[in-house]
Design a protein around this ligand. Structure first.
Ligand code: HEM
Length: 511
């Protein structure tokens, strides 16, 4: 502490005497826009300098935000975190659980938006059933049915030019919701059929929910003063999900195991939390992975070759089948590296600490901006290039090395170092980047899409299994292409594409 630099010397945008830094976000101009937090983070990264940190201080009703832009520092802070880590809460959800529906939640408010003892008690009740590897492995067959139905649905909704509809992201929400229903509640919700009345109602609520979240959680909290339209939609959706969970809890699925051990109420509250955070996250991850593969013929072909060789098509898949698809897993990791669904993970520190060499006062909110670290040259050479091979140990690109061929038409604005390798064909370039990645290694804290430590994502393994099954089926059956410009992204609060996801899907001859 003695050798540390003073907190006031940490760089960051200068607060104004009365308005602090809140006015920047109130004006809503880039780079200080809640929807464009990716740009905000890159700006702060520049302010912080190499290996340093930056802060955004004096925000109304919010602790100071401190951003350590360094994987080693992230590791150090995470490894010393409290036994009950405190993650900043979505205020509207806290209000729903703690005030509005206090009668229902009582002293069992769940995991999301909960801290301290109540969180710790709840997590220990549900941890084994959710986080253990066997739990996700056992869910694979149920998830396989959902993925199969979704791919059949894709065939129904594709247009005459074989383009998927503009609202394909909403379709992915339905797939993700149906998947959570299948493994958590042990039931099919019917979201993938066209004429299920209850399913239509659930989908209406899920749309309302995800459209109201950005306004309620990222803009000024006007809902605290009066019930805005977004607030009403949000509460209506949460009430509908709550009664859905109560109604549709079966004797199968993960929540049934919890109900048997800890009672139906705990199981229902868990199911609600899983629906709240397990739908938009997985759907956004699927959207980005499909987009990146659609834009990368080499990786797509390589994935298809793995699927052709290893994916059984005559029976329901099991976790063992997924174990034989390492390139598929690498494709997902690489997508989450370039386009993580959550841009940064936060912890409120409960005592004074030294972070990146600065004294940081207790109560500050530390944001680990893994979106920045996982897109930095020092951790991932040629970071904007989608090279799943980075995540594979063996020299797997060798067989793909082709003759050099000029790719000067490449739209990426390469750095000088990158240009040395950009004069090659795709396969040789991938191999070159793979070699450079091997030289620097992969820092275990440079890409943390699921967080870390005691509060890390409890649905990680399920999400991975869901994504593996969906992508395996789509890319085994179709060549997927993207015929539009580069997608832009917004924070809503998940990081999702702005433009319609009109992928073109062409049946493959082999399948
Ligand atoms: C690709 C998909 C997903 C991503 C990228 C993701 C990411 C995250 C992240 C970053 C956190 C915070 C971790 C931390 O604070 O260290 C989190 C927490 C959580 N996630 Fe996920 N998640 C995904 C899918 C899911 C799914 C499918 C479920 C369950 C249905 C789920 C359930 C949860 C829960 C319950 C928490 C709160 C854990 C706690 O506070 O104890 N997530 N997730």
């Amino acid at each position: 502490m003695n050798a540390a630099r003073c907190y006031t010397s940490m760089p960051g945008p200068r607060p104004l005497p009365l308005f602090g830094n809140s006015w920047r976000f109130a004006l809503g101009q880039k780079p200080w826009q809640t929807k464009a937090l990716d740009i905000t983070l890159w700006t702060l990264r520049a302010v912080a300098g190499d290996g340093g940190a930056a802060k955004v201080a004096k925000l109304f009703g919010h602790p100071d935000l401190v951003f350590p832009f360094c994987a080693e520092e992230t590791a150090r802070v995470y490894r010393r975190e409290d036994s009950m880590p405190y993650r900043a809460v979505a205020p509207c959800l806290r209000h729903y659980k703690n005030d509005l529906r206090k009668d229902f939640f009582g002293d069992e408010p769940g995991l999301i938006g909960v801290h301290g003892e109540p969180w710790s008690r709840f997590r220990s009740k549900v941890s084994k059933a959710l986080a253990a590897p066997e739990a996700a492995r056992a869910a694979v067959p149920a998830l396989d049915y959902v993925a199969e139905d979704f791919v059949e649905r894709m065939e129904r909704i594709v247009d005459g030019n074989r383009e998927l509809p503009k609202d394909f992201l909403s379709e992915l929400y339905k797939w993700a919701l149906e998947s959570v229903g299948a493994w958590a509640l042990g039931t099919r919700l019917g979201c993938l059929s066209d004429d299920d009345k209850e399913a239509k109602e659930i989908i209406r609520c899920i749309h309302g929910f995800f459209h109201s979240v950005p306004e309620l959680e990222l803009s000024a909290p006007v809902w605290r003063l009066y019930s805005t339209a977004a607030y009403k939609t949000y509460v209506e959706a949460l009430d509908a999900f709550r009664s859905l969970c109560l109604r549709r809890l079966t004797d199968k699925g993960v929540c049934a195991q919890i109900a048997a051990k800890s009672g139906e109420k705990v199981a229902t509250i868990l199911a609600l939390d899983l629906l709240l955070v397990g739908v938009d996250t997985t759907a956004a991850a699927a959207a980005s992975a499909i987009y990146l593969l659609a834009n990368n013929e080499r990786a797509q072909k390589r994935l298809q070759s793995e699927l052709d060789n290893n994916l059984p098509t005559d029976r329901i898949l099991t976790s063992k089948d997924l174990d034989r698809l390492p390139y598929l897993r690498a494709c997902i990791k690489e997508a989450l590296r370039i386009k993580p669904v959550i841009l940064g993970n936060g912890r409120c520190i409960q005592s004074d600490a030294v972070i990146s060499g600065y004294e940081v006062p207790k109560g500050s909110h530390i944001v680990f901006p893994h979106y920045i670290l996982s897109n930095e040259e020092r951790y991932f050479p040629s970071p904007q290039e989608y090279i799943p091979e980075r995540w594979l140990r063996d020299d797997v690109t060798e067989e793909y090395t082709g003759p050099s061929e000029n790719i000067s038409r490449c739209p990426i604005n390469h750095s000088r170092k990158e240009k040395q390798v950009s004069n090659m064909c795709d396969h040789a370039r991938a191999r070159s980047i793979w070699c450079r990645q091997k030289e620097v290694g992969i820092h275990p804290f440079a890409s943390l899409p699921f967080g870390f430590g005691r509060r890390m994502c409890i649905g990680k393994r399920f999400a991975e299994a869901e994504l593996q099954l969906l992508l395996a089926k789509i890319f085994h059956r179709y060549n997927v292409s993207w015929n539009y410009g580069e997608l832009t992204y917004s924070v809503t609060p998940t990081y999702v594409p702005n433009e319609p996801l009109q992928f073109t899907i062409t049946p493959r001859k082999e399948s």
